[in-house]
Design a protein around this ligand. Structure first.
Ligand code: UT7
Length: 325
């Protein structure tokens, strides 16, 4: 496991210099204090590579030991080819399978499910899964309702075939009937990049915040309940909840319902803001680095985002260090 965040930090006070906003508003409404933004010459694959290299070192593996590279992202280097192809090549693993997974903030959770399925079915033995985003590149920096929310970063994990299965159960879902609730309108085939699209700012993230907020709380709670029931576990058996970091108030509402003590919930939103598909693996990597998660712990990942989409995965943490002893 490893993580990476760009060096440039943008604080709430920084926004006060060019937006009609305040540290107080941002802190109270979101729980965010800082976020990291990529440099002009840094693309998503650059962040992914930094996290991937750390994850490989942590696992004691070379890139050539990996059978398949997956990046969950909505801010790829290019619309095509897949950023995972670039990642694998830059790591020196040309020839291996590589693809991107585009399901926004639910990306890491969907990725865990896809990767676990590929490993369980015997297709691959080792998969490098990365959640990586450079949302600062697609946010309108003069729109106070979105500019303050998003940050850049990457988190990476190596998943390996094992006698002891980690993937206990999941609930994934999507409802694409209102894509405009949260989308980047221009750039695809529905609304190609044109001068008029750019003049209208359609290349930026558009979000109906209140709608997403309501959906977020209910979908997190129901996905968690369904996934836990499938795993045959009670919510009190969760050692750590790792929620997507979109808004502190959303996390708090879900945690209140789940009746989990605060020390069992991994929250780092103050430092990173919302990093979409990267938020869960970054939070997880921080906890692993701090030795907070022990072999055998039940970890519940839960997220939601554009799609609209949602997901929860119940995971039993098996450390490959102890696995290989
Ligand atoms: O990971 C992807 C999923 N995304 C999310 O989960 C985001 C979900 N939504 C949210 O987190 C919240 O809806 C926001 C943080 C985006 C907004 O918080 P809110 O409590 O829902 O505020 P609001 O949109 O209802 O806006 C309240 C007021 C408005 O002013 P009026 O109309 O009441 O005069 C906004 O214009 O706050 C204003 N406002 C701001 N004021 C100061 C909006 N953004 C700002 C700002 N600074 N940055």
């Amino acid at each position: 496991m490893a993580r990476y965040a760009p060096a440039r930090v943008v604080t709430n006070e920084d926004f006060e210099k060019w937006l009609d906003t305040s540290d107080e508003w941002i802190t109270v409404r979101t729980g965010m204090k800082r976020r990291h933004w990529a440099a002009e010459d840094q693309a998503t694959s650059d962040l992914a590579i930094a996290a991937a290299k750390g994850a490989l070192t942590d696992a004691g593996l070379q890139a050539s030991d990996i059978d398949c590279f997956i990046i969950a992202t909505v801010t790829p280097d290019y619309l095509f080819p897949a950023t995972a192809c670039i990642l694998a090549a830059k790591l020196g693993a040309v020839g291996k399978a590589a693809f991107d997974l585009s399901i926004a903030c639910s990306g890491f959770i969907y990725g865990l499910t896809v990767a676990s399925g590929l490993i369980r079915s015997g297709v691959y033995k080792r998969i490098l899964l990365v959640g990586a985003e450079t949302l600062s590149k697609i946010v309108n920096k003069s729109d106070r309702s979105t500019a303050i929310l998003f940050g850049d970063g990457a988190g990476a994990v190596v998943l390996e075939a094992s006698e002891r299965d980690s993937y206990l159960a999941a609930e994934l879902g999507a409802d694409g009937s209102t894509p405009q609730t949260l989308f980047q309108q221009s750039g695809g085939s529905r609304c190609p990049v044109t001068h008029s699209a750019i003049d209208a700012g359609l290349q930026y993230i558009h979000m109906e915040g209140r709608e997403v907020f309501k959906f977020a709380v209910t979908s997190m709670i129901s996905a968690t309940d369904i996934a836990l029931a499938r795993a045959g576990l009670d919510r009190h058996e969760i050692k750590f909840l790792v929620p997507h970091q979109a808004n502190r108030r959303i996390i708090d509402a879900a945690v209140k319902y789940l009746e989990l003590p605060p020390e069992r919930v991994l929250v780092n939103i103050a430092e990173y803001g919302n990093t979409s598909a990267a938020s869960i693996p970054i939070a997880l990597a921080e906890a692993v680095e701090a030795h907070r998660i022990a072999d055998g712990d039940v970890v519940l990942f839960v997220g939601f985002g554009a799609g609209l989409s949602w997901g929860a995965v119940v995971w039993r943490w098996h450390d490959y260090h102890s696995e290989r002893e």
